[in-house]
Design a protein around this ligand. Sequence first.
Ligand SMILES: [Mn+2]
Length: 313
Amino acid sequence: MAETVRLEGPAFAAFPVHSDLATLAADFAVVGLPIVTPYVRALPCTSASAPAAVRRDSQRYTRLSHYDFDFGGPLFADKNVRCVDVGDVVRGVEGFLDYGRYATSAIRKILERGAIPIVLGGDHATTIPVLRAYEGRGPVYLVQIDAHLDWRNDREGLKDGLSSPMRRASEMPWISGMAQIGLRGQGSARQEEVDAARAYGKSLVVLAEELHDEGMKSVVARIPDAPAYYLTIDADGLDPSIAPGVTNPTPGGVTYYQLFNLMRGLAKKGKLVGVDFVEVMPDIDVAGMTSLFGARILLNFIGVAVHADQIGN
Ligand SMILES: [Mn+2]
């Protein structure tokens, strides 16, 4: 069995659709992975519909030749940047872990074709099969925006769920370290998870309060230099005033310009090799603000890579 990739509905930012991964010829490939962790004791999760919501709201950002004041010119700098939407890796009757294997296979094919994955989750379990696809492409430094540590070894016996992505990443030899930015309040972590992250020794934890005190530029300076950075954005890491459509809205989160400055700072240090935006709950979102934010910030990710001359000609 192999994964099936297909798009129903509008493409992200009206990009061309190209679902045949074997013949992909792109700099950036948007892909939806509607992964939802099957925890029994958990709040309802509707992130399976998030890729469609982010794509819907991305239609507002299709004036790519217009002046973008956040970039001092067009978002893609009038360069030839090949962006496609490959669609979603289709969910069938297979189980959670088998679907994860399909996701890894799809991301691996995107990387083999030389494209940078722009991943629409899914809950935060999405990041685990995505990072597995980077095996052999390390070292990759992982940067996480999140309210939570996500370091549970397992929950309900499940090791690849949304409470465990950073723990699983810590076990991948090609992941050289991680910065965890925006932590605050309560999540699934207990003292033992905090201790485990500390014992790992390569996790730079930046509390939300520290970020607000010192500013993102100072935080970026603390992130180790690396040849490659992968960015995972949990919507609940953002402030709920700009991203309310999450299971656990927690005051004090990361702002738009902090996240934007993080991307620009990372692009000066190393190559941006992938991004995901996860944990959006479209059914409890407010006027689509969270999916709209996701659409904008993922376009910014592409724009930052282009403006840093990493991509395009
Ligand atoms: Mn998370």
